[in-house]
Write a protein that binds this ligand. Structure first.
Ligand code: IPM
Ligand code: MN
Length: 358
């Protein structure tokens, strides 16, 4: 194809801290193979936001960067978190700020077990662990509504409120129903909440789920779990699930449980999605300082996040090819374990292997 005719996407690349740059490099490698094969182009603009920059300049993410972010087709994040920076500063200043300002109101977390031996659950195989969690990503307790009074005294009071409006619930619910329909498996959307106790917020989500489902998605089955029960069912019967929709904090918690069920952070990828705007893709593992620069970290989650990015950009065939390459690499016998340092191959070699299979 004529190079000038190639579809081009502008990607903001934030490798970040620790092992972030190493896994980002492998994702870029695999995305390069996919873009060549499927005839599109990815133009990267690198950004050095993260712990090192913060320690040097005191800056996490300036507003001018957020304005630049808006102009990209998508953003790709390696990892943030630095042993020299107090917890919360980089998380709130970079990750949460981007989610909020770019209104990435969906956190999309596919949960897929590639190999039986990576699952900590007895007798579960790949066919049993294959579902998607859609976590509301900008509301709830994460909004930070509340505060502390008489701080430091023995009468200190602190509140942090779960805040949801009907439109914020509805837009998440709409994404979830559409996703469930498109995924076309069991066509079942499970709402996870705690409506037996959270009689205001829970009730809002329950009604939004039922009313939208009854009205617009009669072909999608409606299902409900309390969040505490859901954690039990993830372990006992993960095969029950197709698509889950849930509020922000519950989603944060259950997706970590889901990550270990699918084999751990080495393979857990996610997207912070604004369906009408700019989305950001990331692997769920942190910056893993102790493995930094050793070529031992597992890049598969980062590669899978890259695949999700292609899917969201509309390059669905290329996305499917990346997913297939990951599956083939993982079932081909060369990757011994998903754990850092125990893969039997180095970070770059896993990237080479997968890039060669795209
Ligand atoms: C996640 C992370 C973040 C969250 C942290 C790093 C702020 O745990 O993406 O799940 O709580 O959302
Ligand atoms: Mn989390």
């Amino acid at each position: 194809m004529n190079r000038l005719m190639k579809k081009t996407y502008s990607i903001g690349l934030i490798p970040g801290d620790g092992t972030g740059p190493e896994v980002t490099r492998e994702a870029v490698k695999v995305l390069g193979a996919a873009s060549q094969k499927f005839g599109f182009q990815l133009d990267y603009t690198p950004y050095d936001f993260g712990g090192d920059r913060y320690l040097k300049t005191g800056e996490t993410l300036p507003d001018s960067a957020l304005e630049e972010f808006r102009k990209h087709s998508a953003l790709y994040l390696g990892a943030i978190g630095h042993p020299g920076v107090k917890p919360g500063i980089l998380e709130c200043g970079i990750l949460l700020k981007t989610r909020f300002v770019l209104d990435q109101y969906i956190n999309l977390r596919p949960v897929k077990l590639y190999r039986k031996e990576d699952c900590p659950l007895k007798d579960k195989e790949p066919k049993d662990v294959d579902f998607v969690v859609i976590r509301e990503n900008t509301g709830g307790i994460y909004t930070g509504v509340g505060g502390a009074v008489q701080k430091g005294t023995n009468l200190e009071v602190a509140t942090q409120v779960m805040v949801y409006s009907r439109p914020v619930v509805d837009r998440c619910m709409k994404f979830a129903y559409e996703y469930t329909r498109r995924r076309n498996r069991k066509k079942m959307l499970t709402l996870v909440h705690k409506c037996n106790v959270l009689t205001h917020c829970g009730d809002l989500w329950v009604r939004a789920h039922k009313e939208m489902g009854d009205r617009d998605y009669p072909d999608v089955k409606q299902d409900y779990n309390h969040v505490d029960a859901c954690t039990m069912w993830f372990v006992k019967q993960p095969e029950w699930y197709d698509v889950i929709v849930t509020e922000n904090l519950f989603g944060d918690i259950i997706t970590d449980l889901a990550a270990i069920v699918q084999g751990g952070l080495g393979v857990a990828a996610g997207g912070n999605i604004n369906p009408e705007g700019v989305s950001m893709f990331e692997c769920m593992g942190g910056s893993a300082p102790k493995y930094t620069g050793k070529n031992v970290i597992n890049p598969i989650a980062a590669i899978a996040a890259g695949g999700m990015m292609l899917d969201t950009l509309g390059e669905t065939e290329a996305a499917a090819a990346v997913d297939k390459a990951v599956t083939t690499a993982l079932t081909g016998g060369k990757i011994q374990s998903l754990a850092a340092g125990r893969m039997g191959l180095g970070t770059a070699q896993v990237g080479d292997l997968i890039a060669g299979l795209v």
